[in-house]
Design a protein around this ligand. Structure first.
Ligand SMILES: C[S@@+](CC[C@H](N)C(=O)[O-])C[C@H]1O[C@@H](n2cnc3c(N)ncnc32)[C@H](O)[C@@H]1O
Length: 667
């Protein structure tokens, strides 16, 4: 009986408990099965129900009996997920057959009825997994003929020729349902790692048999599809794949925590290409920085300043290899130096580079603080480009726990006296199970093993985990990000820098960019001047990406003490519209299937073109007076340089980070 009650408890757990179906069932249970299954006190801590120590041998007997009763989580998950998937159809069948009206004394809840009818009508074995004389089984089987004929009617109404076609329709409906609530959460982005394979090879192997989707929405059956012949059918059982139009070697497939088995959704974590590092799970937006940095635009080495877990590092390595193999003039091997401050995450970085086959060109500088790296060190004299993806609030991250809606049959009107089993579910075993599920669901966030299907790039902390004062936290983060960005500019041979966050807050994005431009351009312009890479100069895919920076957010007041002290820079006002156009953003709710993200690229003009996007049209008019010039002398002593100021702020941000053991975020 437990199987059905366990599955019902997992499906009915309140959303506020968090966690998707998979983690509700697998994460907690895998650590403490007996607790959930037996509900008996005492057996775990060696004490009996009254709290007294149990006699020798009794404990182990109880344990082994409890173990025998444990239902494999995979079995519970399969039942819950499949029933959820079929719930729209089955709820209709149960209602029309009036099962709950006829059996209101024996079938305590609509969820249980749904699970039992699932196994009877569409489950794998075609039978309820209970003894033949069990009350629940008998209650449902009494109505088998009526239920089967209602199922046939539903099938005919939906114009499915047989059960196989109906199954395909059910799956498509579920995909549509999930993707309509969050396209970003329902999409699995897969980067083909060109260090190990090619897109064509993967399409012919890992993704053989997939139908081409014409758009992200079409992955979920909402629009027509790219393959003309297969366009007809929502009845097609083939999974779909979308080949991204912006980032090369990137594809998307549907992702969902349920259903457990589906021909439309394949579990890529189990495929050889994933295990060997030939494909990498990486959100589309997270591919922007390396692509925008465009290693082919420079010829020297590259630094990834905040690298762990390392998806952008291996992406950089792949792009580097691609441009080296196409450019015969490149004679010397180019390097990616990957820095990571956190020692634990440094190990992940190393492992991921090894898995991606990137170690030939990537040097992992683990447990090294980028702020402490000497830009003048001989090893970095050939560094032309830097990718900076520092810790951030992670406010753009999307939880990948999309669940289909659970449709339940209508509950019958209540009986005057409570049926025995209903009472026992409310007050007895049912209650214990629910408590167990809830308590365990809370632990789930800490359970690393529960994250079976988590992307490597999905290990960020969420904003909720940031300590109490979010405003102060954001301010400290922004200062820390600015200091890292200014440090990136200070590498003598640097010509290009990308700055990215998986945050949606302007404070961490456009505002950092504007402050960085102001600060850097107050310094001597020896060797060139930093500006934003304009949209028209960006690689094709980024130029075409429609979501740009936020104009209003780029209007940043100059802070007191930051006014220009150098008469030569009187014309360095920043044009918010130009900044916004140069910046790239994405939002989880913008229907493009990606998480919230921000990236901007800076270039160092060697003097041949000073008409940078960041400099306003006022740049041409050198006579334009600065507004706060009269304050200039008073403040001269107050701020030595802008960089020194942000360095101090950054130090406190660093301290803040260390204090609470906060390790930063991945994308
Ligand atoms: C957002 S994650 C980087 C994700 C990574 N770029 C990727 O795509 O896989 C930020 C990382 O920067 C690291 N970090 C923070 N401050 C750092 C510093 N001063 N020097 C080096 N690494 C730092 C954090 O430990 C964290 O692992």
């Amino acid at each position: 009986m437990s199987l059905y009650y366990e599955a019902a408890a997992a499906l009915n757990a309140p959303a506020s408990d968090g966690g998707n179906l998979k983690t509700r069932i697998f994460g907690p249970r895998s650590r403490d099965n007996s607790k959930l299954d037996t509900g008996k006190p005492g057996s775990k801590d060696g004490k009996d129900a009254k709290g007294k120590p149990e006699k020798n041998g009794k404990n182990s007997k109880t344990d082994s009996k409890a173990k025998k009763n444990v239902i494999p989580p995979a079995q519970i998950y399969a039942l819950a997920a499949e029933s959820c998937k079929w719930s729209a159809v089955l709820a209709e069948v149960i209602d029309r057959a009036e099962l709950l009206v006829h059996e209101r004394r024996t079938l305590p809840t609509p969820t249980l009825a749904l699970l039992l009818v699932h196994d009877l009508l569409v489950g794998k074995g075609g039978a309820i997994q209970l003894p033949a004389n069990h009350g629940l089984r008998m209650a449902v089987e009494r109505h088998k003929a009526r239920l089967a004929s209602e199922l046939a009617r539903v099938r005919v109404r939906r114009r499915a020729a047989n059960l196989i076609e109906l199954r395909a329709m059910v799956e498509r409906d579920v995909l549509k349902d999930v993707s309509s609530s969050s396209l970003a959460a329902a999409t699995r982005w897969v980067r083909v790692n060109t260090l190990k394979t090619t897109l064509d090879e993967q399409l012919a192997t890992t993704f053989a048999g997939y139908e081409r989707a014409a758009s992200i929405k079409d992955l979920f059956g909402s629009e027509g599809n790219a393959d003309e012949e297969s366009a007809s059918s929502s009845k097609s059982l083939a999974p779909r794949i979308y080949i991204d139009e912006h980032v090369p070697n990137l594809v998307a497939v549907p992702l969902m925590s349920a259903p457990s088995s589906s021909s439309l959704i394949t579990d890529l974590t189990r495929c050889d290409a994933y295990k060997s590092g030939a494909i990498v799970f990486q959100d589309k937006a997270s591919c922007f920085p390396a692509y925008l940095l465009d290693p082919s635009s420079v010829d020297g080495d590259i630094i990834d300043a905040c690298a762990a877990p390392g998806n952008k590092t291996s992406h950089l390595a792949a792009l580097l290899q691609e441009c080296s193999s196409t450019d015969s003039t490149v004679s010397t091997a180019r390097h990616v130096f990957a820095f990571e401050k956190d020692s634990f995450r440094s190990k992940t970085l190393e492992t991921m580079q090894a898995k991606a086959g990137a170690l030939e060109c990537v040097t992992v500088n683990g447990s090294q603080d980028f702020m402490k790296v000497n830009p003048k060190d001989e090893r970095y004299q050939n560094v032309n480009a830097l990718l900076l993806d520092p810790s951030c609030s992670g406010s753009g991250i999307v939880g990948r726990d999309a669940m289909p809606t659970l449709h339940l049959p209508k509950a019958p009107p209540p009986l005057k006296t409570k049926p025995k089993q209903a009472v026992s579910q409310q007050n007895g075993k049912g209650k214990k199970r629910k408590r167990g599920t809830q308590a365990l669901a809370k632990d789930e966030a800490k359970d690393e093993d529960a994250a079976e299907e988590k992307d490597e790039d999905d290990q960020n902390e969420t904003e909720e985990e940031i300590p109490e004062d979010p405003a102060a936290r954001l301010e400290a983060l922004a200062s820390f990000q600015l200091s890292l960005l200014l440090r990136s500019f200070s590498f003598p041979a640097a010509k290009r820098v990308t700055y990215s966050t998986c945050s949606i807050h302007a404070q961490e994005n456009e505002q950092v960019v504007v402050k960085a431009l102001r600060a850097i351009n107050k310094q001597s312009h020896e060797g060139g001047r930093w500006r934003l890479l304009r949209r028209d100069e960006q690689v094709a895919g980024m130029r075409a990406w429609p979501v740009r920076g936020d104009h209003a957010s780029a209007e940043v007041e100059e802070e007191e003490g930051d006014e220009d002290e150098d008469d030569d820079n009187d014309n360095d006002e920043i044009d918010p519209a130009a900044v916004a156009d140069a910046c790239i953003r994405s939002y989880a709710n913008d229907d493009l299937g990606v998480m919230g993200f921000f990236v901007a690229a800076f270039v160092k003009d060697d003097g041949s073109s000073l008409l940078g996007a960041a400099l306003s049209n006022r740049q041409a008019n050198s006579a334009q007076p600065k507004k706060k010039k009269n304050k200039k002398n008073k403040k001269k002593k107050k701020a030595a340089t802008a960089i020194a100021a942000v360095d101090t702020a950054a130090e406190s941000a660093h301290k803040d980070e260390n204090d609470d053991g906060w390790g930063g975020f991945d994308d």
